[in-house]
Design a protein around this ligand. Structure first.
Ligand code: ADP
Ligand code: ZN
Length: 293
């Protein structure tokens, strides 16, 4: 049987067709311009392909509450052309298949849980550190949602002692927001150059790890994930991982006595995506498979 997947990102939509084992047979990348320009190309890709169901992982905020009158909408996104867009409604109308709809990071967590780094555990968190910061969580057979999908990227953080002058980059939360202090654009704003151009031994990475470790400390305390996958452009700086392990162990301060949380073992606990850049699209595919045909 064939299933469809859409990873709807702020710069590109990755659309794919694959099977119930998460194998992708066909894939296309479409620019995220506006619903009027982007969606006809998306529909064209899926039409006539005989998919049984479609899984969508979408940039947010989105409405994932099935009881809500605006279920399936992209809601208050800063991308103006996509505000209040009835994404699921439009897909259903054109493609006539069941649709799974979730946040991009929840779907990536699902992908890594079923096919990647989390395959041997029951719960897997996926964190992306890129243009924004987002985190999704898959536990006991489903992704996490409440009033909405989680917005863990805007977790409260304390500024680093060496970083007291920086006002942050989040218009809502100033210097006390993880995304505002640690996403790619925050690094660029603070240092006047892109992260990719900063030397690996620059103090930027110590600061970066300090913010990420604060968030991880909170995530570990709140939902106790068995595996944490960290992806996105900024995490391509692999030297960040040992800095994060150091900072997290210090923050945990020995309170939780589990082998995963010992610094020497954290390399198996907090890991890069095993699916590389495909966690989102493969997760979306598996969310369609889970709907059945
Ligand atoms: P997006 O979040 O838009 O899907 P990415 O995950 O690629 O895309 O994140 C883009 C952000 O990550 C940009 O702010 C960019 O400067 C930063 N970035 C990308 N590659 C690197 C790298 N190798 N080192 C540090 N920062 C990077
Ligand atoms: Zn914020």
């Amino acid at each position: 049987m064939l299933f469809g997947a859409i990873e709807a990102g702020g710069t590109k939509f990755v659309c794919a067709i694959g099977n119930e084992d998460g194998e992708v047979h066909e894939k296309v990348v479409i620019d995220t311009i506006s619903p009027e320009v982007t969606m006809p190309k998306v529909m064209e890709f899926f039409q006539g392909k005989n998919i049984q169901a479609l899984g969508v992982g979408c940039f947010g905020p989105i409405d994932v509450n099935k009881e809500s009158p605006t279920y399936g909408y992209i809601t208050s996104t800063p991308k103006i052309k996509w505000q209040q867009y009835n994404f699921v409604g439009e897909l259903e109308e054109k493609l006539h298949v069941p649709i799974a709809f979730d946040s991009d990071v929840n779907v990536a967590a699902l992908g890594e849980k079923l096919l990647g780094a989390g395959r041997d555990v029951n719960s897997c968190m996926y964190i992306t550190v890129g243009t924004g910061i987002g985190a999704g969580y898959y536990v006991n057979g489903k992704t996490l949602s409440g009033i909405s999908h989680p917005e863990m990227g805007h977790t409260l953080v304390l500024p680093h002692p060496k970083d007291q002058q920086f006002e942050g980059n989040c218009p809502f939360h100033g210097p006390n927001c993880l995304e505002g202090m640690a996403a790619g654009p925050a690094i660029e704003k603070r240092w006047g150059m892109k992260g990719v151009d900063l030397p690996q031994d620059h103090v930027a990475w110590e600061l970066e790890a300090y913010y990420l470790a604060q968030a991880l400390m909170n995530f570990v305390m709140v939902v106790s994930p068995e595996k944490i996958v960290m992806g996105g452009g900024v995490m391509k700086q692999k030297q960040l991982f040992p800095f994060i392990y150091d900072a997290l162990e210090e923050l945990l301060a020995g309170y939780l006595d589990f082998p995963q949380l010992k610094k020497g073992n954290m390399k198996d606990y907090i890991v890069p995506p095993e699916l590389g850049d495909e966690a989102g699209v493969k997760g979306a595919l598996m969310s369609a498979v889970m709907l059945g045909g």
